[in-house]
Design a binder for this molecule. Structure first.
Ligand code: NAD
Length: 491
């Protein structure tokens, strides 16, 4: 809940078994626009996680047996409460997450659709009837797994937290959520407030918060505890690898959505006005802190000069500064560590001969929209996910070269192609090593019911619609014999 006097939230504790419980310690949650204190957050421990897992396990049988249409009504109620609380979410996403209010508004609107689409999944066909050699009634049926651990990132705390658990919850699993230490309220405790108000039964949804210092031990408990049946993770490739390896060692399902180094390809017949606008959004929306951000713009040499002129003119108009001022479309990076990392990537590139076409200034947690050219594969920024408002522009001569440049990364999340020639774009799409390709748009695209996910180091598994069913249910083959199965007479 938001205090009326201040915009800091009242933190009631962690949410375990339907009750608000304190932790032994707290940690400071900062507003990255000025590093002022936003809230003091419970610093949960592995013992707190165990309590949350026990509560989720106790709630599982009744939740799994709740009729599907009743679970669906619960999901719709969550969407309604979320919508009512949307202004509170926007305020939290702006102040705690450092996002422009327009990004917060977009997130708030999207999250209710995530819950409504999860409600629809309750009515989805959940099994198949198969032919049988023995005339049996043979079925493939889907069942909830049990307790699912959900670990979410800070960059889209509303959407990525909701996406991480909504379908899993709708199909009968119970949840233990650990939000990012950078957005523990907007990505965690705020959800607990909403689900409590929506009347979700106690223990079905639990939230444990913790600091960066505690996360290794807390995270291990969330994966290794034998009662946990699956892990839903969105975050960096380094942490995702660690989590997927641990989940694999324990033979648990893991859906991991990770980083990206995404390219926008502009062919010689593209509408350059549209391309410049789209590239500006794809590169700089939320300071480039989106897994699908456009990190490289690959432009056909014939249209390189006119594209750059239009693109730079647009990017130069973006204002950077404190999110209290709504005209600052570019807010701070989420914390000082990230700001220093992005600055180091720019400095390394410039020291090795990259040209700063626009921006390049960094102060406090802010980095101006920055456009770099003459970047080579020897520079860190060519390969590393920047996760900041920095984009590389590179010319190419042929379709083959554009495809090779796009694929020259360990990541494979999204690609985008601008062209008037749709058949050519579809041909190219098949050769781009990414989980998603968008023609005549930039890279940042998502809808609640599509198969969202990457290939290569960008992740394993898909979120969205029926693809989330694969991630958060198990299949059982169940047969009814009607006398058709004969055994050798010796038996
Ligand atoms: P991160 O990996 O640092 O943190 C993600 C989550 O993992 C946080 O909740 C964090 O507390 C937790 N975590 C950290 N160490 C852990 C450990 N040892 N065990 C268990 N949990 C641990 O990522 P971030 O900085 O929050 O988010 C940015 C990254 O997320 C970027 O790389 C971005 O590309 C990626 N991302 C991917 C997608 C996608 O859908 N593919 C979406 C958004 C962000």
């Amino acid at each position: 809940m938001l205090d009326s006097a201040t915009t800091s939230p009242t933190i009631r504790g962690m949410f375990i078994g339907g009750a608000w419980v304190p932790a032994a310690r707290t940690f400071d949650d900062l507003n990255p626009s000025d590093n002022s204190l936003y809230a003091r957050i419970p610093d949960g421990s592995p013992a707190d996680v165990r309590r949350a897992i026990e509560a989720a396990a106790a709630a599982f049988p009744a939740w799994a047996e709740t009729p599907f249409h009743v679970r669906s009504h619960h999901m719709l109620k969550i969407a309604d409460v979320w919508e009512k609380r949307a202004p509170d979410f926007v305020a939290a996403a702006v102040q705690e997450g450092g996002g422009w209010f327009g990004k917060g508004m977009f997130e708030a609107g999207y999250v209710s659709e995530v819950f409504r689409s999860a409600a629809a999944m309750c009515y989805h066909a959940i099994g198949e009837v198969l032919p049988s050699e023995h005339g049996k009634f043979s079925t493939a049926t889907r069942w909830p797994l049990g307790v699912v651990s959900v670990i979410s990132p800070w960059n889209m705390p509303g959407i990525l937290t909701a996406r991480g658990f909504a379908t899993a919850l709708a199909v009968g699993n119970t949840i233990v959520l650990k939000p990012s230490e950078d957005t523990p309220y907007s990505g965690g405790l705020f959800f607990a407030e909403v689900l409590e108000e929506a009347g979700i039964p106690a223990g079905v949804f639990n939230v444990v918060t913790c600091s960066r210092e505690s996360v290794a031990a807390v995270g291990d408990e969330m994966i290794e505890n034998p009662t946990v049946k699956a892990i839903s993770f969105t975050g960096s490739t380094a942490v995702g690898r660690h989590i997927a390896a641990k989940a694999g060692a324990h033979l648990k399902k893991a859906c991991v959505e990770l980083g990206g180094k995404d390219s926008l390809i502009i062919l010689e017949d593209a509408d350059l006005e549209h391309a410049a606008k789209a590239a500006n959004f794809g590169s700089f929306m939320h300071q480039g802190q989106v897994c699908m951000s456009t990190e490289k713009i690959l432009v056909h040499e014939k249209v390189y000069a006119p594209f750059m002129q239009k693109f730079l003119a647009r990017a130069a108009k973006l204002k950077t500064g404190h999110t209290n001022d709504k005209s600052n479309v570019i807010g701070p990076l989420v914390n000082t560590r990230q700001a220093l990392r992005v600055k180091a990537l720019i400095d390394d590139a410039v020291a090795q001969g990259a040209t700063v076409e626009l921006g390049g200034k960094c102060w406090d947690n802010f980095v101006e929209p920055t456009v770099l050219t003459n970047v080579t594969p020897s520079m860190n920024i060519w390969h590393d996910e920047t996760f900041g408002p920095v984009v590389i522009v590179q010319a190419f001569r042929s379709e083959d070269e554009a495809i090779a440049l796009n694929n020259d990364t360990e990541y494979g999340l999204t690609a985008a192609i601008m062209t008037a020639d749709e058949p050519r774009a579809l041909r190219m799409a098949g050769r781009l090593e990414t989980g998603m390709v968008h023609v005549n748009c930039q890279n940042i695209n998502d809808e609640p019911h599509v198969p969202f996910g990457g290939v290569k180091a960008s992740g394993v598994g898909r979120y969205g619609g029926r693809w989330s069913l694969d991630a958060f249910t198990e299949l059982r083959w169940i047969t009814l014999d009607r006398g058709g199965r004969h055994f050798p007479p010796v038996f």
